[in-house]
Design a protein around this ligand. Structure first.
Ligand SMILES: [Zn+2]
Length: 148
């Protein structure tokens, strides 16, 4: 085998995809070949970087680890509930006030009134949607604990 052959094997070696026979000849070659050894070191560094990037990707797992503690989840749950309740209350109160003011104000044009109402409606819908999603995940997380 030439050095090029061995260098083709490097990724496979690092990914643990070689047969034990291949691993052995590969390791033997590294012992005797300075060029391939330094090339292999480079590959190892590169692999470590790509691995850490891949680990960062499954967000679900990361979040689960980070928020896996009971305290963290409790804190988050309370935070979400407080924020949601206060947010909804403020939204409803502010919404009514805004609508009242806009509708009563004769200087505000009809298009602007419709625009502002649509904006408030949009924000409210988004808020409820996010809240529903949160509650869903929260429930699902608790269900997972029961499963364990
Ligand atoms: Zn070599």
């Amino acid at each position: 085998m030439t050095c090029q052959n061995y260098q083709d094997l490097m990724m496979g070696y690092l990914d643990d995809e070689l047969s034990s026979e291949q691993r052995r000849t590969f390791e033997e070659h590294l012992e005797s070949c300075e060029g391939c050894r330094s090339e292999f070191e480079q590959f190892k560094k590169l692999k470590r970087i790509t691995d850490s990037v891949q680990l960062a990707e499954p967000e679900d797992e990361m979040w689960q680890k980070y928020w896996g503690g009971v305290y963290n989840r409790f804190e988050r749950g309370i935070g979400w509930i407080l924020m949601s309740v206060a947010g909804i209350a403020l939204l409803i109160y502010g919404g009514f006030k805004a609508v009242e003011a806009i509708v009563k104000d004769p200087t505000v044009g009809l298009m602007l009134k419709i625009g502002i109402l649509a904006f408030i409606g949009g924000v409210a819908i988004l808020f409820v949607s996010i809240l529903r999603e949160r509650l869903y995940f929260w429930k699902r997380d608790r269900y997972k604990d029961v499963q364990k």
